[in-house]
Design a protein around this ligand. Sequence first.
Ligand SMILES: [Zn+2]
Length: 250
Amino acid sequence: MRNRDQAICIRTADYSETSQVVSFLTRDAGVVRLIAKGTKRPKSKSGGAIDLLTEGDLVYTARSAEALGTLVEFTESASHAALRRDARRLNAALYAIELVGEILPVGDAQRASFDLLHNTLGRLGEADAPLQPVLAYFQWRLLQQVGLLGDMTACVVCGRPVTDTEAWFSSREGGLLCGGCEAGIIEKYRLDAAARAGLAALTAVQRGPARRARRIALPDSQAVAANRVLAYHVREQLGKPLRMARFAIG
Ligand SMILES: [Zn+2]
């Protein structure tokens, strides 16, 4: 079946001298893996090998979500040149696509995830974009979309509101632990005041009007602390750290 969709290139691998295997996040079909024949030839229709982060209009055939499909045509609409010129912005963007590739189940089509990545890449390319807050919001929303983050105000064990400055996060339990319950859980991450404040700010953004989300105001120290907790959650869920985590978050 022939499909046409908006797509963002999230992973590439060489397949042969002239061909690539490319993973795209598409708007309608989620993550698709395609063989792109001849794209590495300089005179190919796509104008050369397809690069990570490139967005465009994709035509492809696929028998099923799991099977390797075939790229028919890819017409670039955004190359994110501004983002590629700044190593810090590029690292944040590469972390974002690595996270999408690892955490979104194949065949799970959520337009919200496509729109989130599309908006995040656009924002990271803007000169005034605060990198760590943008990345924190991205991680937060994506983890919610795949069902890995629930309510972050109450203790997941006893259900009481977590109001103390000192609290813990458990990846396996999927939420916060209060001081009365943390001793009973082995796998946990201690949240300092900055991490608590960062997570609280993200919760507040989520409860506010949607248009505020793109302009999230979060001090860098709190955003970094929140990013570290969320990256810890990702590492525990996947059983390995993401390759770009130390470059994007530190
Ligand atoms: Zn508790």
